[in-house]
Ligand binder design. Sequence first.
Ligand code: SF4
Ligand code: SF4
Length: 677
Amino acid sequence: MSPLGITLLMLAGLAGFAWLAWRKLAIVVRLQPEVRWDHPAARLKAVLVNGFLQQRMIARDWKPGLMHAVIFLGFMALLLRKVQLIAIGYHEPFVYPGLAGGLFAALKDGVELAVLAALGYAFWRRYVQRPRRLERNREALLVLVLITVIMLTDLAYDGFRFALFSATDAGIAHERGFAFAGSALASALAGWPTAVLQAGYQLSYWVQLATVFFFLALLPTGEHFHIATALPTLFFRRGGPTNVVPAVDLEKMMSDDADAGDLRVGVRTARDLSWKDGLDAFTCTECGRCKDACPTFLTGKPLSLKWVNDSLKHHLVEQRDLLLAPAPAVDAEDPLPPLVGPVISEETLWACTTCGYCEAACPIELEHLSKFYKLRQHRVMMDGEFPHELKPVFEAYESQSNPWGLPSQTRADWARDLDLPHLTDAAQAAQVDVLFYVGSAQSFDPRGQKIARAFVAILRAAGVRFAILGDAETSTGECVRRAGNEMLFQQLATTLVSTLNGRGVKRIVTCDPHAFNSLKNEYPAFGGHYELEHHTQTIARLLAERRIALAPSFERVIFHDPCYLGRHNGEYEAPRQVIRLLSRDTPLAFELQREKAMCCGAGGARMWLEETIGTRINVARTEQALQARPQVIATACPYCAVMIGDGLKALGREAEVANKDIAELVAESLLPAGAAS
Ligand code: SF4
Ligand code: SF4
C-alpha cells in the first residue's frame, strides 16, 4: 500500500466534498433567519426514529422503505470498515484493537451481502418495475453503480487477501474463519498465480478507495447530498400543527415607525426564503413519494413538491452570486428575479389544495405549505395579483363575512324553525355544554344546511345543551388566509375572537374541518383559546357514552377522509367508529385512505377557483370511491360533500350512489330515546 497515495486520495475527496458542499451551504446560511432549536429532545427523537431507523419510510411503503434502510444503515455501518482500509494504506497489517477477525469480519460480510441484495432490489424496482413516482435519473444510476462497486471490491479485497496470506499469517487465517463471503471467494481463487492474486489485491483496494472518495466528492453535486443533509433537516423539522399559515405582523406594518423592511410581506425572491426552505430544496432526495397521492400531480397539473424543490434548487445555485453579495437596501430594487413566474409558475402556485399529502409522505419531512402560503401572501398583498375568481370572494368575505356575499344578518335563517338558543353572554355560556360554530357553508349553502340540521337533531337526541351564535357568527377567515389575504384574515379572526371571548366561549364543536383546524391551531395566536371538537368526534363520544344509539341502516358505505381532519389533525378513527355502528356490513375503504387519502380538491381556496388544467380532482376522487362499488360515499366536511356530490353528477352516478355527511347518516339511523341505555 502507499501512504502518499492514500493521503492524496483522501485529500482530493475531502477537499472536493468540502468545496462543493460549501457552495450550497453558503447560500443556505445567507437566507432569512428562523429559530428551529425549540424542543431539542423531540428533534433528536425524529432524527433517531425517522433518520437512523427510517420508520416513516418503512411504515408507508415497507418494501422500498426497508431497501433504503438496509442500504443506508449498511453504508453507515461500513464507514468503520472504510476507516480501517484507510489506516491499512499507512500500515498494512492494521486491525482494530480487539476486533481482529471474529464477529467484526462476519458482520461486515453479512452487511455487505445485505446491501448488495438491497441494491439488486433497487435496480429491479427502478429499471424493471418502474413506479410512476420515479423519473429517469442518471445520477441515481451512477450512485447505485458506485455503491455496488464499493461492496464488490471490498469482498474481492478480502478474497485476494485471504488467498495470498491466510496460509502464512495466523491472524488472517483466524479472520478468514469468520469472513464467510471473503473466504468463499478465496477458495474460488485457490491455485491462481501469485502475481495475479497480488494484482487483484492491489486493484480491489485502490479501486474501492478511489470509488469511496469519488462518491464523497460527488455527493454535494446532486440529490445524494441528502446523505449529508437529511439528518440535520430532520432535526430542524417544523414540529407542531401541520397547517398553520405563517402570520404577518400587520401591527408593525401599520405602525408609524415602520420602515421599508417591515413592509415586506411573504416571499418574493429567493432572498426572502428562510434558511430551512433553502436546506429543504438542497436536501430533496427526488424520491417522488410526495407525488403518490398529490391531487394535482395525479390529475395532470404542473405541481408536485419534488418539482418545486428541483426548480428552487437550480434557481438558488444559478443566483448564487447575487444571493451571496450584500443584500440591497430595503427600499432599493432587488436584482434577483421574483420566484413566481420565472421559477414557480402562477398555475403551480394556485394549483395546491394545501392537503398536506406531500409533507406527510416525505420521508425527511420537507416542508411545502408555509413556502406556498408566503408566496401567495406576497402575490395578494404586495403585487395585488391573484386568480380573478378570488376577487369577488375576498369582497364577499369583507362585506358579509361569507364567500357568497349573502347578507350576514341572514346567517342564522337556516335554523329559524329549529328555535335554537343564540349565545349572547358569558352567563348563558356557563349554562351550555358547547357552542356549535356553524360556519359559512352550513349557514348559507343548502347542502351544508342539511348537514347542520342533521347535527342539531343528533345533539338534541343526546340531550346536549348547546347554543349557536346566530347572526353574531362570522367567518373564521380560514379560506382567505390560505388564499394569501392575511390582512382580511386577521380582520375576520379579530372579530370572531372578540365575539367568542366576549361571550365566554370555552368549548366549540363544528362540522367544518377547515374551521376546526383554524380555531384549534391558528386562533391561539390571536387570543382565541378554545377546546375544539369536530362533529364526528362529538358523535363518536356520544355513542360511546350511550347518549345516543344507532340502528344499522346502510350498506356498502365508503368514507372519504377530509384532509383538514385526518392528515392535518390526526383524526381518522372517530368517523370510522361511527360508520361501523350504522353499517349493516363491513364498511368499504379507498385504496388511498387515512394518511394516504387523496384530497377532494376544495382546500387552499381551490373551492372557489376554476380547474382548467388536467382532469378534475373531485371527479378523480369520486372515481376512486366508485371502484369499491359503494352505495354511500360518506363525507365529514361541507366542502368534501359538495365536491363528491358534483363528482357523482359529473359521472352520471348520483341516482345510484348517495353522498351523505356522517351527521346525516347518523340522524337517519338514530334509535328512539332510551334505546341507548
Ligand atoms: S399540499 Fe397537496 S396539493 Fe399541494 S403539493 Fe402537497 S400534495 Fe400536492
Ligand atoms: S420532497 Fe420529500 S418526498 Fe418529495 S421527492 Fe423530495 S424527498 Fe422525496
